[in-house]
Design a protein around this ligand. Structure first.
Ligand code: TRP
Length: 82
């Protein structure tokens, strides 16, 4: 399997976690990366990584589009995001 699809994560706060989950029968954490505010990680889905979990405030860009963790939720409810 060739890894082609990129995912870009930009941390909007310190301590954002980017967690890689395994491909295959069992889906487990295999890698955890901590990003500080302003840091960017460019990652791919590979033969080892089938899913990526992001904890903390971040902007995520994939081929599916762009989404912000937390930020979108707050604007949808009319609340002000910090
Ligand atoms: N060694 C991992 C792999 O090839 C590295 C990796 C790729 C990764 N994409 C990731 C780690 C996304 C965390 C998140 O699968």
């Amino acid at each position: 399997m060739s890894a082609t699809e990129f995912i870009i994560i930009k941390a909007l706060e310190n301590g954002v976690n980017v967690i890689g989950l395994t491909r295959g029968e069992a889906t487990k954490f295999h890698h955890s990366e901590k990003l500080d505010k302003g840091e960017i990680m460019v990652a791919q889905f590979t033969e080892h990584t089938s899913a990526i979990k992001i904890r903390g405030k971040a902007i995520v860009q994939t081929s599916c589009g762009q989404i912000d963790t937390l930020v979108d939720e707050l604007s949808a409810t009319g609340k002000k995001s910090e």
